[in-house]
Design a protein around this ligand. Sequence first.
Ligand code: GTP
Ligand code: MG
Length: 216
Amino acid sequence: MTAETDAELIEEGRKLFAGEWKFVWASPSIETLPPMAGMEVAFAGRSNVGKSSLINALTGRNALARTSHTPGRTQELIFFEGPDKAGLRLVDMPGYGYASAPKTQVASWTRLIHQFLLGRATLARVYVLIDARHGIKDVDKDVLKTLDKSAVSYHVVLTKADQVKAAELQKNITETAAALAKHPAAFPDVLVTSSRTGAGMPELRAAMVRLLQERG
Ligand SMILES: Nc1nc2c(ncn2[C@@H]2O[C@H](COP(=O)(O)OP(=O)(O)OP(=O)(O)O)[C@@H](O)[C@H]2O)c(=O)[nH]1
Ligand SMILES: [Mg+2]
């Protein structure tokens, strides 16, 4: 890709996400999903990794998705819709690996997450969020395995990059990319983001515009 198309995609991404984004649907179960329409992009990751914050940073809204400093905030699949013609939906997912939640609750969220990732024809891309301070954990590996089985393309996003020093960040980027080499269905590189500083948002928006164009 040329620098020129890169700049064009970044500008298209800016415009798409500057448009109106709104909440459309919340599903506590796989039986209550909204009718399939358009193209969906989901955000998965451990509890508290920053999924809802990333959706807010992407859309430039403080409270489109509900965030919290305690884990377990998002308890359903939450669907947001962009400007009508674009046909793009963002799906905020409950977090996995939340150790102190009741066991039945964790099991039910985990089942919901895995079922959704495996069997949704309109799901075009999953961003798997990994805390830039901690790297890939065992619970993340379970989700990567599920994604390997599904037909969906997935891309790892490091979050909270503002919380790590440059050298440590570089080390975690390298280690994460090395772990991804075992997952051919994953994008080989990692996206580095901070919802606090906005780092990585233009690139992430551009990636979704490119996906829309490919699927268009
Ligand atoms: N420093 C920093 N903090 C962040 C960033 N993104 C999120 N946070 C904080 O991390 C906490 C969790 O953020 P959420 O967006 O609610 O995380 P989540 O993954 O949606 O969590 P669950 O819905 O509980 O699974 C909040 O206190 C956020 O302010 C970031 O880029 N930098
Ligand atoms: Mg959340």
